[in-house]
Write a protein that binds this ligand. Structure first.
Ligand SMILES: *Cc1c(COP(=O)(O)O)cnc(C)c1O
Length: 251
């Protein structure tokens, strides 16, 4: 089940052999999923699955039972859509860029909406098409990178009609320091997330990246969202790495 890539280095004439162990990838996926048997486990396959090849990685994980895939950009999502069976749900972390509504809706790609503008854009497109459109909604609980600010969340709570036409599949947030289990940021973000999800009763929650999965049950919610741990990277910086190595370079 190994995928082997030989690389000839032009300059020095040195050659290397890169092995990507798809069996280990599968085992890592199943090990993470087993940590939260009541949850579903997604896979973050952005940046060409962290450089390992999104096609092979996603197909392997689909065969292992994964049905939720996260990429960063629409181009990655469109490429993956053509490779994966229709049951695979594909999310775009960077959300909806203007002009992408048509291809997103036509290709059944689920945008992660990160602002009121993106929500308005998706709601307007739903009206144009005359059907509901699925999305995830991301909340900024302290990462200060992507997601609705507390002010935007308040606007949404007081004007729920802004979400008309949008089927919210998941409410999400991203943990900033989950690879440092002792960091105060983790508990603060958990508490902010609990507060924020009150505005979305009955909507499943997707919160934990690789590190978050190892912070304990209260971080798991409904859908896990690991990236690096799938590929053998350490989920926590100050603990032994429990994941199987996926990549090996022989020189
Ligand atoms: C990259 C990313 C992940 C995966 O994080 P890992 O630390 O690699 O597990 C999860 N969620 C979001 C929003 C991301 O951007």
């Amino acid at each position: 089940m190994d995928m082997q890539i030989s690389r000839q280095q032009a300059a020095g004439g040195a050659s290397g052999h890169l092995t990507i162990d798809l069996g280990a990838l599968r085992d890592n996926y199943l090990a993470l999923a087993a940590m939260a048997p009541a949850c579903q486990t997604a896979a973050v396959v952005k940046a060409d699955a962290y450089g390992l090849g999104a096609d092979m990685v996603s197909q392997t994980l689909f065969d292992a039972g994964c049905r939720h895939f996260f990429v960063a950009h629409i181009d990655e999502a469109l490429a993956l859509r053509l490779r994966l069976p229709a049951e695979a749900r594909i999310f775009v972390l960077n959300g909806l860029q203007p002009g992408n509504e048509t291809s997103c809706a036509a290709m059944a790609i689920t945008p992660v909406l990160n602002s009121l503008e993106q929500i308005a854009q998706w709601a307007a497109h739903s009206k144009t098409l005359g059907r509901k459109l699925a999305a995830a909604v991301q909340i900024d609980t302290g990462m200060c990178r992507l997601g609705l600010s507390p002010e935007e969340l308040e606007t949404l709570t007081s004007q729920p009609q802004l979400l008309d036409g949008i089927d919210i599949a998941f409410v999400m947030s991203h943990l900033a320091c989950a690879d440092e289990p002792g960091h105060a940021c983790n508990a603060a973000q958990l508490s902010a997330m609990r507060q924020a999800t009150i505005a979305f009763p009955d909507v499943p929650v997707c919160f934990s990246n690789s590190g978050g999965i190892f912070l304990g049950r209260e971080y798991h919610n409904h859908l896990l969202r690991p990236g690096i741990a799938l590929y053998g990277g350490a989920p926590s910086l100050d603990r032994p790495n429990p994941m199987k190595p996926v990549v090996r370079l022989d020189l």
